[in-house]
Design a protein. Structure first.
Length: 146
């Protein structure tokens, strides 16, 4: 197998590529731009602004996506409608950083302080009923949750 470049540079802080048949392709975030990018079959890259930060994106079972945004979560329905959930915290010095889903359909996402202060962040879990729980405190930079 050989990697091949399929686009020019399209993101400043691109992370978290995810392939889903429900989307018909690949999506990833341009984190600090607050955008979700998607790659169409013809090589076209589309960009959708979802907030000040777009930390992670994962497919939902019934279509659409769950998106980790600066201070919580936004749900995208299959028709593209965005529904922001209530912020998980109020400290504007902390943002979501990265996340992933578990086999039970829960979306786990960790945060980080903009100033990277030790213990200034946490890990959150969005459950299928749309409730958000803070599950781990004292995190510095949550990374690699897949």
């Amino acid at each position: 197998m050989r990697a091949e470049r399929v686009t020019g540079s399209v993101a400043y802080h691109g992370e978290g590529p995810v392939w889903s048949q429900r989307w018909g392709g690949l999506r990833w975030v341009d984190m600090l731009a607050g955008d979700i990018l998607s790659l169409d079959g013809d090589g076209t890259v589309r960009r959708r602004h979802v907030g000040d930060v777009a930390a992670a994106v994962r497919p939902r079972r019934d279509g659409g996506a769950v998106i980790a945004v600066e201070r919580g979560f936004t749900l995208e329905d299959a028709d593209g409608t965005l529904t922001p959930l209530a912020p998980a915290w109020s400290d504007d010095g902390v943002r979501m950083n990265e996340g992933g889903c578990d086999p039970d359909g829960r979306f786990w996402c960790g945060s980080m302080a903009y100033d990277r202060r030790p213990g200034g962040a946490a890990v959150y879990r969005l459950d299928p009923d749309r409730s958000v729980r803070r599950v781990l405190d004292g995190v510095t930079i949550s990374n690699g949750l897949e």
